[in-house]
Design a binder for this molecule. Sequence first.
Ligand code: CA2
Length: 142
Amino acid sequence: MKKILVINGPNLNLLGLREPALYGAQNFETLQASIREWAVALGLEVELFQSNHEGVIVDKIQAAYGVFDGILINPAAYTHTSVAILDALKAVALPTVEVHLTDIATREKFRQFSFVSLYAQKTICGKGFDGYREGLEYLAAL
Ligand code: CA2
């Protein structure tokens, strides 16, 4: 069975508590439960990981080498700032899908560039929670 590491970056644990107009009213636990259900349906094993800390995310990506078959990541704000996360993804060289709840291309200028997109094989934006399902489908089909 394929093993996929799902990483959510800073503040995504606040889903449903703030900014529902932007990120939706459903909470983080609901997102995690949905990901687990989709994984079962797709015959994937998933590990769910969330951190607000860049270095902790880098450590987790490094530890994925030789353990996981793919990574689904919403790097949140680190999308736009983190060469360290990009380098870690390149180093482990696992198939990687980048997902964003919102369409970063149509938001503030500072959100329009993604370091992670320079490595990710696929980027899914603006589809809310469904983007995670699409990402899992893509990784399952590889
Ligand atoms: O659209 C996305 O998924 C983002 O990765 C979300 C990040 C943002 O920095 C990226 O530009 C786009 C922010 C996640 C913060 O989520 C919150 C949820 C509820 C309340 C406040 C923040």
